[in-house]
Design a protein around this ligand. Sequence first.
Ligand SMILES: Cc1cc2nc3c(=O)[nH]c(=O)nc-3n(C[C@H](O)[C@H](O)[C@H](O)COP(=O)(O)OP(=O)(O)OC[C@H]3O[C@@H](n4cnc5c(N)ncnc54)[C@H](O)[C@@H]3O)c2cc1C
Length: 450
Amino acid sequence: MSKLRLAVVGAGPAGIYASDLILKAERDFEVSIDLFDLLPAPYGLVRYGVAPDHPRIKGIIRALYEVLDRGDIRFFGNVKYGTDITLDDLKQHYNAVIFATGAIADANLAIPGVELDGSYGAADFVNWYDAHPDFPREWPLHAKEIAVIGNGNVALDVARMLIKRPDDLLSTDIPDHVYQGLRSSPVTDVHVFGRRGPAQVKFSPLELREALHVEGVQAIVYPEDFQYDEGSQAAIDSNNQVRVMVKTLEELKENPQEHEERRLHLHFFASPVEILGEDGKVVGFKVEKTKLDGTGNVTPTGEFQTFPVQAVYRAVGYFGSALDEIPFDPKAGVIKNSEGRVLDDQGNQIPGVYATGWIKRGPIGLIGHTKADAIETISHVIADRALWWRPEMADEAAIVETLESRNVAFVSWQDWLRIDAKERALGESDGRERIKLFDRPEMLSVSKGE
Ligand SMILES: Cc1cc2nc3c(=O)[nH]c(=O)nc-3n(C[C@H](O)[C@H](O)[C@H](O)COP(=O)(O)OP(=O)(O)OC[C@H]3O[C@@H](n4cnc5c(N)ncnc54)[C@H](O)[C@@H]3O)c2cc1C
């Protein structure tokens, strides 16, 4: 066999890096790649997860664009695996598939009150402010005081987007309905809660520093929340990032910021217990104070605190979704796999099926980490040549005919470039780099030059 016809499902960074890397890898066969995404836009969470006020990270899109613009990877947007194409279709058209479908949903947090009006998953809020086409345009921003549960970067993104002055987002790509929504918010205080302490946060130093220096916002920490044990000290001594973040937080403790009308509070050693409600609406958030156990972990103290808040955002992690006919680990929220080789329920390799990125490894880590994932996965695709499928319709035109015969309005790379150009034009007339389109039918009609 002289050619690998490869399907990659998911055009986020993991899918794009895997496509790029297999094209550049040492191999003795040709490769032809079709990259599918359910969205009419590429780039996954770089476009629909990374916060709009992070232009440096959004800038990674430039590098991903350059890969796709080379012309040796065909993009098929607006094609959903499981609906528009099935595993059988892939077997008929390709030698192998790599699933790189990432994560879009919130992980569960099982505490009383999560169902109350005013209790939200962070992912839903992110999908709103990043203008994901499949999520509602309206977001209820009625709360003056808000709790954000979680001590990772997503919690900081959410807290920052909630507390930031909306006019300071006017230079970003947010559409008008997001700006207007944020403008209507009466918020004065956002409280971020972590179960453990300053030496255990999962932020990154840059994100933390940024969150503590938002224009017009007073960042506040509480001296009683600063405790360290042997485990903490070991983390501080061995990990530069931990050391930097502890130093940043200690500096804020020693040098309280000037009063501002909006405030961002960071609370540590506070484990979520209950979201309190009245008449079905959030009216408070109850935490149990924790203390260090010597190893950097925490135990409950039996001491409780209640904060009057009218909204609670749960930023406790993303979670992958199962795909049709592909074995899924419901505990970890990943496709069952060993180093990217997809396994059946008995733990045997399923020939021709691979996974990479967040759906392979779980929703942790930065964009750059998906590159290492991709290297591992594609090395197995290459090594498994003897196991590849033998498709009946390997011709590159065949998949186009199949999609057309089903009236799937797929978005090609050229089609996407029309959407991209329209977004830039909208931005230019407003002195910005771009303003995002968010309505799927509109995106599709722009993509066809209508
Ligand atoms: C809120 C948030 C903020 C973040 N901020 C940063 C940051 O500042 N810096 C940083 O380095 N990292 C950041 N990350 C992490 C980064 O986004 C991830 O590491 C990375 O996007 C994971 O890549 P992926 O390709 O595995 O998944 P994704 O980016 O999720 O891409 C998956 C793609 O698969 C598509 N897909 C899903 N199901 C199907 C299907 N059935 N059929 C077809 N297509 C499908 C999706 O539409 C999506 O385009 C952030 C993540 C989140 C959630």
